[in-house]
Design a protein around this ligand. Structure first.
Ligand code: EPU
Length: 417
C-alpha cells in the first residue's frame, strides 16, 4: 500500500496551473452517451475517477480513449449495454449519472445501487423520484436500480427538496431528449452544472436557466457531437491557496476563474491573507496577522463542503476560536480525529465543530478517509514539525492531479513510497 511521507515546515511558494474540474468532467463524460457523433473533451485531469468513467463508457459501448489531458469518444450506434454492474459502480458514486442518458436513449437502465460512503449516507431517492416524475418505472431488485421508460421519458415539473448537484445533472442528462418541457426548480447553480449545460446546449439541446434556481429544458429529438474545454477546478485552486497560507508562503494560482472561488476568497481576505486577482490568476500571500473566521458549508455560491476539511487545517493553526458548520453531508468530519493526532484542538458537536487554534502541529501517522479529508491531511503534514506519514492515499488519486509533484515544485518535502 502506498504511503505519503512529508517532512513538514517548508514554506510553499511559486506558481501553479489549475487543471479542469473533476466534477465537471464526470457528467460531461456521461453526456457523450447522448450522441452517436464523436466528441472531444480537453483539459481533463488524469485521476482514477476519470479512468473509471472512461472504462465505464467503453463497457457500455461508447469507444472512448484518453491520451494525456484529452478524451475522445468515437462515432457509435445506439446499441449500448443497459447494465452498469456492481464492479464499476462501487468504484465511483458518480456512476449514478449513467441512468439519465441510458434511460433517454435506450428507455431502460439497470444500474447497481451505490453503497454508503465515508462522508455520509448519500441516498439516491431524489434521482429516483425525478425519473418517476418523467414517466419512468423504477424497481430496486438484487442490488440494482432497474429503470424502464417504455413510452420514452416525458417532460415534467420537478421541484428538488434539496439543491442537489447530481440530481440536477441527472435530470439534465435525461430531459434533453425527453418529449416536452421539463422545469427544474430549486436546481443547483454550481459552476460544474453550468459547464454541463453549456456542453448540452452546444450539442443542440435547448436549456435555459430562467432564474438562479430554475432551469427550463425543451426536449429535442437528437444531439450532435461537441468539442469542449473543461472549466478549472475551483476546489483544487482553493486547496493550493490554503497550502501556501498554512506554510507562510506566497502563491500564484493560474488558469482559474476567481469568481468561482468568490466566497472562499472573501473568507481568506477576512482572515487576513493578502489576495489579489486578475482575470484568471489569484495571487495569495501569508501575512502575520491571520485571524479566525467562522464558516458554514452551503450550496453554491456558499462555502463549498469540498473545502471544509482544508479550511479546518488553516483555522487550526490560527490563534483564536472559530466554528465550522457542515450543512451538506452528515458525516464529513472523519478528518477531525486524524488532525487531533497532529495536535489540533477541535471539538465536534453535531454538525458544528469548534476549533481552538494551536501554534504548531507535530508530525504523526494518519489515515485518509475521502478525497478532501486526504488533501487536508497533506496540508496539515506540510505545516507540521517533523515527519508525517499518511496512508490510504488512493483517495487523493481520485481528485488531485499530480498533487505531490505540484507541491514539490512549490518547495514541499513530500514523496510517495
Ligand atoms: N441527496 C439526497 N438524495 C439524493 C441525492 C442527494 O438526500 O437523491 C443529498 C445528499 O445526501 C447530500 C445533499 O443531497 O446531503 C447534496 O448532495 P449532492 O447530490 O449535491 O452531491 P453529489 O452530486 O453526490 C457532488 C460532488 C461532491 C460534492 C457535492 C456537493 C460530484 C461527482 N460530486 O456530489 O464532490 O461534495 O456535489 O457539492 O460532482 C468531492 O469532489 O470530493 C465530492 C464529494
Amino acid at each position: 500500500m502506498n504511503k505519503i511521507i512529508i517532512n513538514g515546515g517548508k514554506r510553499l511558494s511559486g506558481e501553479i496551473k489549475i487543471i479542469g474540474a473533476k466534477n465537471a468532467a464526470l457528467p460531461i463524460l456521461f453526456s457523450t452517451l447522448l450522441t452517436d457523433e464523436s466528441t472531444k473533451i480537453t483539459n481533463v485531469p488524469s485521476l482514477t475517477d476519470i479512468d473509471v468513467a472512461v472504462e465505464f463508457l467503453n463497457f457500455i459501448g461508447k469507444k472512448t480513449i484518453k491520451i494525456d489531458n484529452i478524451v475522445n469518444t468515437f462515432q457509435s450506434k445506439n446499441n449500448y449495454k443497459y447494465i452498469a454492474p456492481y464492479d464499476l459502480v462501487k468504484k465511483m458514486r458518480a456512476s449514478i449519472l449513467v441512468i439519465g442518458p441510458l434511460l433517454a436513449r435506450l428507455k431502460k437502465a439497470f444500474v447497481s445501487f451505490p453503497g454508503g460512503c465515508s462522508i455520509g449516507d448519500r441516498p439516491i431517492d431524489m434521482h429516483i423520484d425525478a425519473f418517476k416524475k418523467m414517466g419512468a418505472e423504477i424497481f430496486i431488485k438484487n442490488g440494482y436500480i432497474e429503470a424502464f421508460a417504455n413510452d420514452g421519458l416525458k417532460g415534467a415539473n420537478i421541484n428538488l427538496k434539496i439543491q442537489s448537484v447530481g440530481v440536477t445533472e441527472n435530470i439534465l442528462l435525461s430531459s434533453v431528449l425527453a418529449d416536452g418541457v421539463t422545469v427544474i426548480t430549486n436546481a443547483s447553480c454550481e459552476p460544474e452544472v453550468e459547464d454541463l449545460i453549456n456542453v448540452l446546449n452546444s450539442m443542440g439541446a435547448k436549456i435555459i436557466r430562467q432564474k438562479t434556481k430554475k432551469i427550463v429544458i425543451n426536449g429535442v429529438k437528437k444531439l450532435n457531437g461537441f468539442n469542449h474545454r473543461l472549466i478549472p477546478d475551483r476546489i483544487e485552486a482553493a486547496t493550493y491557496i490554503i497550502a501556501s497560507a498554512i506554510t507562510k508562503g506566497e502563491i500564484f494560482v493560474k488558469n482559474v476563474i476567481p469568481n468561482h472561488l468568490r466566497i472562499i476568497l472573501e473568507k481568506l481576505k477576512k482572515s487576513g491573507l493578502y489576495i489579489e486577482e486578475t482575470e484568471n490568476v489569484i495571487h495569495a500571500k501569508w501575512t502575520n496577522n491571520l485571524c479566525p473566521q467562522n464558516i458554514k458549508t452551503e450550496v453554491y455560491p456558499g462555502f463549498p463542503t469540498d473545502v471544509q476539511a482544508q479550511w479546518m487545517v488553516l483555522m487550526s493553526l490560527v490563534d483564536g476560536e472559530s466554528f465550522i458548520e457542515e450543512n451538506i453531508f452528515e458525516n464529513r468530519f472523519m478528518h477531525v480525529a486524524e488532525l487531533k493526532r497532529l495536535g489540533a484542538n477541535i471539538y465536534i458537536n453535531g454538525k458544528v465543530v469548534k476549533i481552538n487554534g494551536v501554534t504548531k502541529f507535530s508530525g504523526a501517522q494518519v489515515m485518509m478517509s475521502d478525497i478532501r479529508a486526504g488533501a487536508a491531511l497533506v496540508l496539515a503534514g506540510l505545516a507540521a514539525e517533523g515527519k508525517t506519514i499518511i496512508s490510504r492515499v488512493y483517495h487523493l488519486d481520485r481528485g488531485y492531479y499530480m498533487f505531490e509533484e505540484n507541491l514539490q515544485r512549490l518547495g514541499a518535502d513530500i514523496m510517495r513510497i
